[in-house]
Design a protein around this ligand. Structure first.
Ligand SMILES: NC(=O)C1=CN([C@@H]2O[C@H](COP(=O)(O)OP(=O)(O)OC[C@H]3O[C@@H](n4cnc5c(N)ncnc54)[C@H](O)[C@@H]3O)[C@@H](O)[C@H]2O)C=CC1
Ligand SMILES: O=C(O)C(=O)Cc1ccc(O)cc1
Length: 374
């Protein structure tokens, strides 16, 4: 594709988006900017008109009801089933999908209501941000991300939602609702609780302690900025699977607390109760094993990269100049992370490259006058 061109879409409009927050507006932006007729609805008129102003589509009118082909429900999980049911009834020839982060709860509620589910396809794009609302939406939110389809709906309905996911740049994955929810507890919902708990410990921390915070704390707490209302709804809807993981985590935590209690009582390593230091080491080593299992870029296998850290003056154009120099050195940048010095007008760009390109890149950047941090 040439620069500035946009990929054609196979999804046929009108597509109705109900709930024009982060997810719904991102769906609308991606489709509307590529010519699909998107009609928007939100119980908050401010959210709906803001989504319109951002370019995500046009406000729905009663006249649109007859010809809507696809409805995307993007409201909090606890009200998703009610909205899906209302949309199935209001648009008798449309396929209806939802993007709620929890699938079993929604499906159970729909089944209990006795509604005909042939036109309903439960789905969940595994893409999001720690921000909510239409203003946080981005059209490429879903690019390269898994989009789970939970196996409900007739084949034509499933195809429509699979096509939507593909049009938005996502990778469709089929999984049943219970399997999805157990997976989410482990890879999304418990990490959210853990991030919130660690960040919550900081609320009374002395300023002097916080001024020492480094990238490790920022990495672990990024998602602690998430919306409490949305996450209460997600955690309550997936309470069983989340609780199961938290109980296991509590046992792990208790083992570390006991081991450190022994270390605290000791006068040196030789007097620490047998096994305590091993418990601490095993905890960190298990973490090494777990993190190595997280897939790498583009869903490929986890890779070890060489990190080259470069000091970047905090001035316009400096980061762009560095990236251009990396390109000129013929090295592919696998990842980039910026850290900021708390006291100096200087940033640190941590550039991840393939291990066998590290020495070459360091030499090339040094030759171009960049200061490298060891
Ligand atoms: N935030 C994230 O990163 C992700 C969220 N999801 C799921 O997407 C759904 C939406 O989440 P966000 O967009 O983040 O939330 P959001 O808070 O940004 O937007 C939700 C919108 O739904 C509207 N709404 C609430 N009740 C409504 C109703 N009865 N009818 C019409 N509109 C209504 C709200 O006014 C709000 O604008 C949730 O089910 C969430 O679990 C899925 C993937 C990622
Ligand atoms: O910010 C992140 O890393 C996320 O993982 C966001 C996210 C939040 C909720 C979902 O249901 C899916 C994705």
């Amino acid at each position: 594709m040439t620069e500035g061109s946009v990929a054609p879409v196979a999804t046929r409009g009108p597509v109705r988006v109900v709930g024009t927050g982060l997810l719904g507006t991102s769906v609308g932006l991606s489709l509307a900017t590529r010519g699909v007729d998107v009609v928007l609805h939100d119980s908050s008129r401010t959210a709906m008109y803001l989504a319109r102003d951002l370019g995500a589509g046009r406000p729905a009118t009663p006249d649109d009801d007859a010809d809507v082909r696809l409805v995307v429900v993007a409201v909090p999980p606890d009200i998703t089933a009610d909205v899906v049911r209302a949309e199935l009834a209001a648009h008798p020839s449309a396929v209806v999908t939802d993007v709620a982060s929890v699938k079993g709860y929604v499906l159970d509620e729909l089944r209990a209501s006795g509604v005909d589910l042939r036109r309903y396809v439960g789905s969940h794009p595994m893409a999001g941000r720690e921000l909510s609302g239409p203003a946080a939406a981005v059209p490429d939110l879903f690019v390269g991300r898994p989009w789970v389809l939970t196996g409900t709906g007739e084949p034509d309905a499933v195809l429509a939602v699979r096509t939507l996911a593909t049009d938005l740049g996502a990778v469709p994955v089929t999984m049943d609702a219970a399997e999805h929810d157990a997976a989410m507890a482990l890879v999304s919902h418990v990490p959210q609780v853990a991030a919130s708990l660690v960040a919550g410990r900081l609320t009374d921390a002395p300023d002097a302690a916080l001024s020492l915070a480094g990238q490790g704390l920022r990495d672990v707490t990024r998602i602690a900025s998430s919306d409490p209302r949305l996450w209460t709804s997600i955690l309550a809807a997936n309470a069983g699977p989340v609780r199961d993981v938290l109980v296991a985590l509590r046992a792990d935590l208790d083992r570390v607390i006991d081991a450190l209690g022994h270390a605290d009582l000791a006068t040196g390593p030789e007097t620490v109760a047998a096994g305590a230091l091993g418990t601490v080491a095993t905890t960190i080593a298990h973490g090494n094993t777990g993190v190595a299992r997280i897939p790498g870029k583009h869903g490929g296998a986890h890779r070890e990269y060489r990190v080259v850290t470069v000091l970047v003056p905090d001035a316009p154009g400096e980061l762009a100049r560095l990236l251009a120099d990396v390109g000129d050195a013929g090295v592919n940048l696998e990842d980039l992370r910026m850290e900021h010095s708390p006291r100096h007008p200087m940033g640190m760009a941590a550039i991840s490259v393939l291990p066998d390109r590290g020495d070459h890149l360091e030499n090339e950047l040094a030759a171009r006058g960049w200061r490298l941090a060891s």
